[in-house]
Write a new protein. Structure first.
Length: 457
């Protein structure tokens, strides 16, 4: 039992660790997904800011306002001609994309020397649009040379603590100047966790529920273990307590028989001998139980005369001893008498079934025992005319300490360990036990074990 508890502990802890690892993996994947989503949002906002607010600034710049740029579009060869201060610039443009972006880039080339002013204006435009879209995290905006990678201007002095974990795409500002703008963000975990609040709370509650279930499971197992331990100690104590009085009764019977039974009537002599055999059987059974509690359940394979064993068991259930009219019919169809089986446990198991059949039958009790060989198996069927067993309780009756509760439960006494013991014995013989029953008609218990013939028989 201790080993089973340790296994349950180990499996449960392993399951919780796996769950925690899975939760960590899921959280990491969610954060990575949020990073990609966040970066896409930043790239879209940055492109929109350049194409809208910053373009207005560039086109309306005072330098250009004083000397307006003359623009002519030649759709035949997809070119745009810009003339400013006598300088002419001709650039190709994509007809589908339009020429306004080209106009903004050419205008930027004209004012590229105003780097500090340009970066401040960019910062103002981007910051406003970021805030309008719910992005309130600190960022660094840099104006860089797209060819050399050198930083021309930056807002980094304003946000010294940013680690630049998230980097936007670069947006080109000019054609000839090769200037581009890029924005950096630290990983906004607070924003991510705020967006994931519902999922995180649900995940946490699920984890807490599983931990509570785990603790409840362990507590239940420990309680059941304590109950099982108390039962085992009780059974062990009961076996010890039964050993001494049974030995005294056995010695008393032996003493009476040794002094002679000539003066007794035949019926008295039969009862005395039957009682002596029954006490002797019980004494051996208690001794075997004592060994079982100390060493565990083990089967000893010995030569067992099954016919004589069945006959001796039937003789023990004398009507005068049982307190009711008992009729036991035995049909023995085996081709051999001697088999290999445990000479203590197997007879006790069959005796338990016969005794149950008598106890739960009416008066008179009619018991039929059939012994036969089927496909290399010894089949022993014990049929009674008793009260029967409900269909839903057929499996439960083999559980230890289970008894069927009836209105007249006081008529039959017991601890509910008989059928559990019988099943354990039969399965230890590599056999099976089956039950067929109909309420109000009777019950048939069928025992099947492999037929192991004695080589010397």
């Amino acid at each position: 039992m201790n080993r089973r508890i340790h296994v349950v502990w180990g499996v449960s802890i392993f399951a919780i660790l796996c769950l925690l690892i899975f939760q960590g993996f899921w959280l990491n994947r969610m954060i990575e997904f949020k990073k990609i989503e966040y970066l896409n949002l930043i790239n879209n906002i940055l492109s929109g800011a350049i194409e809208s607010g910053f373009e207005e600034y560039v086109v309306g710049n005072r330098t250009i306002s004083k000397n307006p740029v003359r623009v002519s579009i030649h759709s035949s060869d997809n070119t745009v001609k810009f003339v400013w201060k006598g300088d002419t610039t001709i650039v190709d443009y994509d007809k589908d994309a339009g020429y306004l972006g080209v106009f903004r880039k050419v205008c930027y080339d004209l004012i590229q020397e105003q780097s500090s002013e340009n970066i401040n204006m960019l910062d103002s435009v981007c910051g406003s649009i970021f805030r309008n879209n719910g992005i309130k995290d600190e960022y660094v905006l840099e104006l860089v040379d797209t060819k050399s990678g050198d930083i021309i201007a930056s807002t980094g002095n304003r946000a010294l603590g940013i680690e630049k974990k998230l980097v936007s795409n670069m947006v080109e500002l000019g054609l000839k100047s090769h200037h581009g703008v890029i924005v950096y963000f630290d990983t906004p975990y607070r924003t991510f966790f705020t967006q994931m609040t519902g999922a995180l709370i649900s995940s946490f509650l699920l984890l807490v529920l599983l931990v509570v279930c785990f603790i409840y499971q362990i507590k239940t197992i420990l309680v059941q273990y304590q109950i099982s331990k108390i039962r085992e100690e009780f059974m062990s104590s009961m076996v010890h307590e039964l050993k001494l009085p049974l030995s005294a009764v056995q010695n008393a019977f032996s003493g009476i028989i040794s002094y002679g039974t000539e003066n007794l009537k035949d019926a008295q002599r039969i009862l005395l001998n039957a009682a002596h055999k029954r006490v002797d059987q019980l004494n051996n059974f208690v001794y075997k139980l004592l060994i079982v509690w100390k060493q565990g359940f083990k089967i000893s394979w010995n030569r067992l005369n099954l016919r004589e064993t069945i006959d001796s068991l039937v003789a023990l259930f004398d009507p005068m001893l049982m307190g009711k009219n008992v009729s036991i019919k035995v049909d023995y169809q085996l081709s051999v008498d001697v088999i290999e089986a445990d000479d203590i446990h197997f007879p006790n198991a069959i005796s338990n079934l016969i005794e149950n059949a008598i106890k739960y039958s009416g008066d008179p009790a009619k018991i039929e025992i059939e012994c036969k060989e089927v496909d290399g198996m010894v089949v022993i069927a014990i049929k009674d005319n008793g009260i029967g067993i409900p269909e839903k309780l057929k499996e439960k009756i083999f559980e230890r300490y289970y008894r069927i509760h009836r209105g007249r439960s006081t008529d039959v006494h017991g601890f509910g360990i008989g059928l559990s013991y019988v099943k354990q014995v039969i399965e230890a013989h590599e056999g099976v036990i089956r039950v067929e029953s109909e309420v109000g008609v009777g019950t048939t218990f069928t025992v099947m074990i492999p037929l192991v013939k004695d080589e010397n028989d």
